[in-house]
Design a protein around this ligand. Sequence first.
Ligand code: LMR
Length: 315
Amino acid sequence: VLGAAGGIGQPLSMILKNNLPAGSKLSLYDVAPFTPGVATDLSHIPTDVEVSGFTGDDLPKALECCDVVVIPAGVARKPGMTRDDLFNINASIIANLVRNCARVCPKACICIITNPVNSTVPLAAEVLKSEGVYDKHRLFGVSALDVLRSETFLAAELGISNQRILVPVIGGHSGTTIIPLLSKVIGYEQISEDRIKALTERIQNAGTEVVEAKAGAGSATLSMATAGARFALKVVKGLMGEPGVNEYSYVEGGSKVSSFFAQSVVFGVNGWERVLDYGKVSAYEQSLIDGAASQLATNINKGVEFAKKWLSENK
Ligand code: LMR
């Protein structure tokens, strides 16, 4: 976990310590000097997962032999900011971390939480390409929190258990690029058109809802850690050969809408194996997909252009 001592990193690391398969090793890295202390703290939890903590120049040591790298590092937004406003600070953080991954654990599956995900993932792809190790099947943008939120809000709307809800969320992880396919939910026909629109907009603005509620103290950490851990544990299951494990993720997956696109991917022993088609959507959802394409292209281009500049300045 890179950024392991932060607001997302700590609970994420705790969930992983409690849920990774027995015999796993959990490696924590953060620029915060107390990161080895976070590892010591976690090491007292009685699970068969060995934890180590690194800081400062020890990033390469932290990455040795890693199969999965989860990256929540970076700064969070404050009220009034969009995810895109974080780009200038977080882009170079991602470029540097991903270059280290390329050099130390080139085969690792890299799961990026750091915002703006729509741009940091294509940026990471360029850095991996420049090191000659890019494999689109091993690079993921973590958009799973949009799925968790949709499940929560829809379950409340329909008055049923969260366990019975599955909501596909495609597109990207920011504003109108977040496209929940509510037409796929059992019980959809009971919800009025106005409510569908209101629920969609709430899902699209849910990150901002937390940012505003925290009033300057950051963005979602606990729900994001839950989503990030759920995602990483599924990647691990795939690597261990468990069949039929899938999740929504922002990947370079051959979508007709955009080169990088959040869609359902099936995990396997080499990362994501294939994309599941989302099938027929409602006219409203199609209008959202059409509307997201140009925003995604702009976000992707921003990541790619930054990478070119960063790579030329940081040989
Ligand atoms: C979220 O969806 O909560 C995160 O992407 C953080 C944010 O800035 O909204």
